[in-house]
Design a protein around this ligand. Structure first.
Ligand SMILES: *Cc1c(COP(=O)(O)O)cnc(C)c1O
Length: 221
C-alpha cells in the first residue's frame, strides 16, 4: 500500500510537470488502520463518500493530522454533521444546502472549503449542478463567511474512449477558468480517478481522487 502510494505520487508529480497537483486518497470501504498507515507515511487528505462511515473512522483517527473531504452526495439532514466534522465538501450541487452548511459551521473551525460538483456529461446521474447553474451557486457560497469557495469537482461518466473523457475534462477546465475570472480566490479543480488521473492532470486538474490504485480493488461500493 505504501509502495503503491509512492508510485501514484510519483506519477502525479511527473504528469503535473512542475504544477502543484494534490492527491486525495479515497478511503471509502477501507478500515481506519489503512488510513492511519498512509497518514503516517505522509498522505494528508482523505476522501469519504458516506458521512456515517467517515464519522466512525474519524473518531479512531483523531490523533492523526488528516484533512477530511466528503466526496459523496450530501443530503440536507447531514449538513450539520458535515459542517462540524469535515474540512472540505466536494459535492455541493444545490443552493438550498448553502445556508444550512454556513449556519452549522462551528466558529472554532476555519471556514468549510467547498467545491461545486458539476454534472458535466452524465445524463443518467442526478448528482451535480448543470454548467448553467454553476455561477449562481458560486455566488451563494462566496457570500457566506463561514464557507470558502475553492473550485469545482466532476465525476465524468465512465467512457471507454479516451477522447470522450478528455472532452469532459476539457469542458471542466473551461468552466473552471470562467469561475476563476469571477472569483479570483478559487484554486481547485478536482477531477480524475485511478484509471484516468494522468489525462485529467493534462487537462488541468489540480486535485486527483485515487482509491483502488492505492488500496487495491473494492469489494463493495
Ligand atoms: C470511489 C471514488 C473515487 C475513487 O475511485 P477509484 O477508481 O477507486 O480511484 C473518486 N471519486 C469519487 C467521487 C469516488 O466515489
Amino acid at each position: 500500500m505504501i509502495a503503491a502510494w509512492r508510485s501514484v505520487v510519483g506519477r502525479v508529480d511527473a504528469a503535473a510537470a512542475g504544477r502543484k497537483v494534490e492527491v486525495l486518497a479515497v478511503s471509502k470501504t477501507r478500515p481506519a488502520q489503512q488510513i492511519r498507515a498512509l497518514a503516517e507515511a505522509g498522505q494528508r487528505s482523505f476522501g469519504e463518500n458516506y458521512v456515517q462511515e467517515a464519522r466512525g473512522k474519524q473518531t479512531g483517527l483523531s490523533d492523526c493530522s488528516i484533512e477530511w473531504h466528503l466526496i459523496g452526495p450530501l443530503q440536507s439532514n447531514k449538513c450539520s454533521v458535515v459542517a462540524g466534522h469535515f474540512d472540505w465538501l466536494q459535492t455541493l450541487d444545490r443552493t438550498k444546502l448553502v445556508p444550512l452548511l454556513a449556519r452549522h459551521r462551528p466558529e472554532a473551525m476555519p471556514p468549510l472549503n467547498v467545491l461545486i460538483q458539476v454534472n458535466i456529461d452524465d445524463e443518467s446521474s442526478k448528482a451535480g449542478c448543470t454548467p448553467d447553474q454553476m455561477a449562481g451557486l458560486a455566488e451563494a457560497v462566496a457570500r457566506e463567511p463561514r464557507l470558502r469557495l475553492r473550485g469545482l469537482m466532476a465525476i465524468p461518466a465512465p467512457a471507454p474512449e479516451l477522447n470522450v473523457r478528455r472532452r469532459a475534462f476539457e469542458n471542466m477546465r473551461i468552466l473552471f477558468q470562467a469561475l476563476v475570472r469571477q472569483h479570483p480566490g478559487v484554486d481547485t479543480l478536482s477531477m480524475g480517478m485511478s484509471d484516468d488521473f494522468e489525462l485529467a492532470i493534462a487537462e488541468g486538474a489540480t486535485m486527483v481522487r485515487v482509491g483502488s490504485l492505492l488500496f487495491g480493488p473494492r469489494s463493495r461500493e
